[in-house]
Design a protein around this ligand. Structure first.
Ligand SMILES: [Zn+2]
Length: 261
């Protein structure tokens, strides 16, 4: 178990390093492949030993070696989070055919959360391919049942309902308040969650996000932060989806116990 966990954690760190490139460049509409990792301040191209997750940041004391500009703590933090998330997924799913797909989904959730918190955007460049990738993975489950996270029918319904239901909610909110509520990015994100987790997982994700998001919004109101304080909804959706990825049965049965007599 220990060697596997080390492998998963190391993979998580490396993917986290790649996610840093993604969350920095995708909102700026830059290529994620070219040019190579460089200092955003002086353009200094990172040598391999300056690009080792977490360690390089510690070794360089959080500064660019060429110009001395401070490299924010969010770089190593994202790498560590990607590794922790990978370990959580591995702990729940084990060494199974579903593991690679589940890991990719979890890392995509992390990247989208990060981008939404920083820019209030959920870029189409991630959510649209994310919808296709989820449908493809669960579609391949027809031939290789072990790798799917949901049935192909449930995934397809998840996309349609996820996108459609939130669209209706947003339209209703706009009708009553004349203010835009959720953005189009949230709709595509929920569709993507449906593609990966199926319609049941998508519905529970929306339920969890609404409860946690509503709780936090109420807290903001009570603390006098004002009702116009914009809180991005994406991170709550990501949290709900991560919980449904990790503990689907536990959450569903808790929900049914809560509903039923
Ligand atoms: Zn620099």
């Amino acid at each position: 178990m220990i060697p596997e966990m080390l492998l998963v954690a190391l993979t998580g760190l490396l993917v986290g390093s790649f996610l840093n490139v993604v969350v920095h460049r995708v909102p700026r509409r830059e290529s994620i492949l070219y040019p190579a990792s460089h200092c955003p301040a002086c353009g200094h191209t990172l040598r391999p030993w300056e690009n080792i997750p977490v360690l390089s940041w510690l070794w360089l004391r959080g500064r660019c070696r060429a110009c001395g500009v401070v490299i924010p703590w969010r770089y190593p933090a994202l790498e560590i989070l990607a590794a922790v998330l990978a370990l959580l997924v591995f702990w729940r799913l084990g060494w199974s055919a579903r593991l690679p797909g589940a890991l990719c989904f979890a890392w995509a959730l992390l990247a989208l959360t990060w981008i939404d918190l920083e820019t209030q955007l959920l870029p189409d460049r991630i959510t649209k391919p994310g919808i296709l990738a989820g449908l493809l993975l669960n579609g391949l489950g027809l031939w290789w049942p072990g790798i799917a996270l949901a049935s192909p029918e449930s995934a397809l319904l998840g996309v349609l309902l996820g996108y459609g239901v939130l669209w209706l909610l947003a339209a209703g909110y706009f009708y009553f308040t004349q203010r835009p509520g959720m953005g189009g990015g949230d709709l595509k994100f929920l569709g993507m969650i449906g593609a990966w987790l199926g319609w049941q997982g998508m519905a529970m994700t929306l339920f969890i996000a609404a409860i946690v998001g509503g709780f936090v919004a109420t807290l903001y109101l009570l603390l006098g932060k004002g009702r116009d304080y914009a809180i991005p909804f994406g991170p709550y959706l990501a949290l709900g989806a991560a919980l449904m990825l990790l503990w689907p049965q536990e959450i569903l049965s808790a929900y049914l116990r809560f509903l039923g007599p």
